[in-house]
Design a protein around this ligand. Sequence first.
Ligand SMILES: [Zn+2]
Length: 111
Amino acid sequence: MKTFSAEHRMRRERHTMEVMVKMYCQEVHHSREKLCAECQELWQYAMTRLDKCPLRADKPTCLKCPIHCYKPERREQMRHVMRYSGPRMLKKYPLLAILHLLDGWYSKCKK
Ligand SMILES: [Zn+2]
């Protein structure tokens, strides 16, 4: 299915993470259009990791990834963001949230 091709999943993961970090920063750090320095850094870090991901095409969503390429403190930071934004995203962007869940599921059952 094209929606779940590797390319589409990668692009969606990027987008999902962007939405989550933005939501967290705006509501928790009260930032406006731009991310605060801290979140900007986390976002850059996440994108670099994604670009360098050795599993790339075949990779599950980052939180379920077996590689754990994040540094421990970054992972902790990202977990905070996900824990905050995850449930809120389900309400605000149900389609994106559901697709994100399906992405994790699809990449697992392909093997
Ligand atoms: Zn922030």
